[in-house]
Design a protein around this ligand. Structure first.
Ligand code: BT5
Length: 245
């Protein structure tokens, strides 16, 4: 069924329906799996977002993908989320005839200010399970803030979209594995060119419950977001609300 996508990775396992592809890969005997193994599902009953939130993936409506990665530069594994966001953005731009996909720091891709994709990375020892959900069609239970490829004039098949996504990500990851400095400076430029966040006034909701409101200035060499309010704050993890400028 996934004829093209199967050729884009060393191993691809497809499941019609699972609880969560991230959880499946976390539970798997990963020592037996080659790097860049892809677990793919047609639907998830318990798709995971960050901080215990859920990700909606109804049958036939979205791609749920988790990749097994073994980054050589472990110090910089935090960049993998933005790397996947850049790959999704490029995929949407390539396949959709409408809309201007932008990356929302740290883990979303938006089109017309609505979310088409979310990313969830989990580090387990020296490995990373990198999960991504990409909406193909609108879904009954997804929030109103969701958007799907079909609404942007894209009716490509599951296999074609997955193939494009795997190819876009693999190109970036191969550079990262061979020269992480160079790959990250490219990735940072890519983010600056296609960011919904930079240049916006934002509220950063920090994990401890406090908030910082200010102007999103840039990202630093570790991928942290720099927000200017009374001073410049370096933010490594947060939920970001974009305010109207
Ligand atoms: C995310 O979390 O956006 C990470 C989503 C990762 C999903 C993939 S699918 C493959 C792999 N296996 C998994 O179990 N997970 C990964 P977060 O930033 O916390 O956003 C979650 C929020 O997005 C929810 O609270 C909803 O508001 C919204 N949401 C849920 N489903 C959505 C959808 N299909 N489209 C757009 N928004 C959605």
């Amino acid at each position: 069924m996934l004829t093209k996508s199967t050729q884009a990775v060393p191993e691809l396992q497809y499941f019609e329906s699972v609880d969560s592809t991230n959880l499946m890969l976390e539970r798997a005997d990963r020592a037996l799996l080659p790097e860049f193994t892809a677990f793919v599902a047609g639907s998830q009953s318990a798709g995971q977002g960050r901080l215990g939130r859920s990700w909606i993936s109804e049958p036939g409506s979205s791609i749920s993908l988790s990749l097994l990665l073994r980054p050589k530069d472990l110090q910089r594994k935090g960049w993998l989320t933005l790397m996947m966001a850049a790959a999704v953005r490029a995929t949407v731009e390539e396949l959709a005839s409408e809309g201007n996909p932008l990356i929302k720091w740290p883990n979303d891709v938006l089109v017309q200010e609505r979310k088409i994709s979310g990313i969830l990375a989990k580090a387990i020892g020296d490995e990373v399970v990198l999960g991504v959900g990409l909406n193909l069609k609108s879904q009954n239970s997804a929030p109103e803030t969701a958007i799907a490829l079909e609404e942007l004039g894209c009716n490509e098949s599951f296999d074609d979209v997955l193939f494009e996504l795997l190819t876009q990500f693999r190109a970036r990851y191969a550079k990262f594995q061979s020269d992480s400095n160079w790959a990250i400076s490219n990735l940072a430029s890519e983010f600056r060119d296609s960011s919904a966040t930079l240049g916006s006034r934002v509220i950063a909701m920090l994990p401890g419950g406090s908030k910082i409101e200010g102007l999103a200035l840039d990202i630093d060499s570790d991928g942290n977001l720099l927000v200017e309010s009374d001073s410049i704050h370096t933010i490594s993890a947060a939920d970001i609300i974009h305010l109207r400028n």
